[in-house]
Ligand binder design. Structure first.
Ligand code: ARG
Length: 458
């Protein structure tokens, strides 16, 4: 069959070329947005007297019927169609006759596809935002339960200072909160309407782009028609935000994988999120967390793919831009799946307080507190740091820890030492005394939790 765009050519393309050219396999997921957009377009055309009210009614009814039939499964996507836009218009014309051919007045597929993609990504970013919020609830609930659960905090993956598990979880909560904010921010720029830019230069019809944009819930319109049909920076922004989000989820996953190992045993996953080995019966693998970590790579790939596709394109529309969709769809699907897995996985995992405490008791993570104690007694920090280091070394050589080293030994290093040092280097004290804003004390973590919850309630 000749193409709808048959004009200067006969519109009869090679079968393989057709297949190569077609995007219906992946753009049919924008059917709802395409049809909703077309209904608004018909309404605008009628409001401006470009088509009659009767035509508008026929178009609206036809389009609504197509959407219903697609969603109920009564109408199947024709996989041989060129794209979702052509498919809908063709079915419409088959159903309502020549009036269907009026729909494409004062628009082009170039602004139509940009519109559909913006509407689709707007919905996706809302869905992802809701999932992040759900995940944040789990993180804050976990943190609340563990404001007093002592574990070692690390730098260079070496035990550094005691922190609470709640503080640890809130670190991720802060990251995820910024991810949420990034999504919200990029949604502002997604939510600008390109419809009415037409092919590239605008149109000679007296259209009302603001009216059409408003009907579709947009906050504004693209003010330059060439920009409106050419740029996909809104998709890149979303991909960037999703890449950063995945980076956070991946880091958390990496920690969870480590913590679930025999070497740490800080946490264990519920059976629902644990896999076994086909050969080693003892295995409890953290496949879900590993997959989240692994899938981060493909989301980065989606971002790099689109950046690369766009980088050499002259204005305005080029068919290369059809390649914008699969990557960004894949990224949205992947992120949603990861959040849907991580949220219940964290909600159901067991936190092994004893193992965390045991790990915190080794590694001299109160050495800074010992130095600080000397500073409070009047010693300059550098000297105190040195003495604390020497004491750690003594402990290491004699197989002791700072908590058990006798006072006489302490006093051979400094006359300032007295009994009260033991209280100061108690791990619980070390944690509770970190009262600086944002520190690990329970009071500070509670404040952080309250902050995140307040943000979530807004
Ligand atoms: N399927 C196309 C895309 O995804 C729609 C726009 C086609 N426009 C054109 N002038 N060929 O980008």
């Amino acid at each position: 069959m000749a193409k709808m765009w048959a004009g200067v050519t006969a519109g009869r393309t090679d079968r393989l070329a057709d297949d190569f050219n077609s995007s219906i396999r992946f753009d049919s997921r924008m059917a709802r947005q395409d049809i909703t957009g077309s209904i608004a377009h018909a309404a605008m055309l009628a409001a401006k007297g470009i088509i009659s009210e009767a035509d508008c009614d026929a178009l609206t009814e036809g389009l609504t019927g197509i959407l219903e039939d697609l969603e109920s499964g009564k109408l199947l996507i024709d996989e041989s169609a060129e794209d979702i836009h052509m498919f809908v218009e063709q079915v419409l014309t088959e159903r309502i006759g020549d009036t269907g051919k009026k729909l494409h007045t004062a628009r082009s597929r170039n602004d139509q596809v940009a519109l559909d993609l913006r509407m689709y990504l707007r919905d996706e970013s809302d869905e992802i935002a809701a999932l992040i919020r759900g995940f944040l609830h789990v993180l804050t609930d976990l943190a609340e339960k563990h404001t007093e659960t002592i574990m070692p905090g690390y730098t260079h993956l070496q035990r550094a200072q005691p922190v609470s598990f709640g503080h640890y979880m809130m670190a991720y909560a802060m990251m995820l909160l910024r991810d949420l904010d990034r999504l919200k921010d990029c949604r502002k720029r997604i939510n600008i309407s390109p419809i009415g830019c037409c092919a590239l230069a605008g149109t000679t019809y007296d259209t009302d782009r603001y009216l059409e944009a408003e009907k579709l819930g947009f906050d504004g319109i693209c003010l330059n028609s060439m920009d409106g049909v050419s740029d996909r920076d809104f998709a890149l922004e979303l991909l960037s935000a999703l890449s950063i989000l995945m980076m956070h989820l991946s880091r958390l996953s990496e920690e969870l994988i480590l913590w679930a190992s025999w070497e740490f045993r800080f946490i264990s996953f519920s059976d629902a999120y644990t896999t076994g080995s086909s050969i080693m019966p003892q295995k409890r693998n953290a496949d879900m967390a590993e997959l989240v970590r692994g899938k981060t790579g493909r989301v980065y790939g989606d971002l790099m793919g689109l950046l690369t596709t766009l980088k050499g394109l002259p204005l305005a529309y080029n068919k290369d831009m059809q390649e914008d969709k699969e990557g960004v769809f894949d990224a949205c699907d992947t992120v949603k799946m990861c959040l849907k897995i991580m949220t219940p996985m964290l909600a159901t995992m067991t936190v092994n307080r004893e193992n965390m405490l045991r790990a915190a008791q080794g590694g001299f993570i109160n050495a800074t507190d010992l130095a600080d104690w000397l500073v409070k007694k009047g010693m300059p920090f550098r000297n105190a740091y040195k003495i604390s280091g020497q004491l750690v070394r003594t402990c290491m050589e004699s197989g002791q820890v700072l908590e058990t080293l006798p006072l006489e030994t302490y006093r051979t290093y400094s006359e300032l030492f007295d009994e009260s040092l033991y209280e100061a280097i108690d791990l619980k004290t070390c944690m509770e005394k970190r009262i600086s804003e944002g520190g690990t004390s329970a009071a500070s973590v509670e404040k952080q939790i309250a902050f995140v919850r307040k943000e979530l309630n807004q």
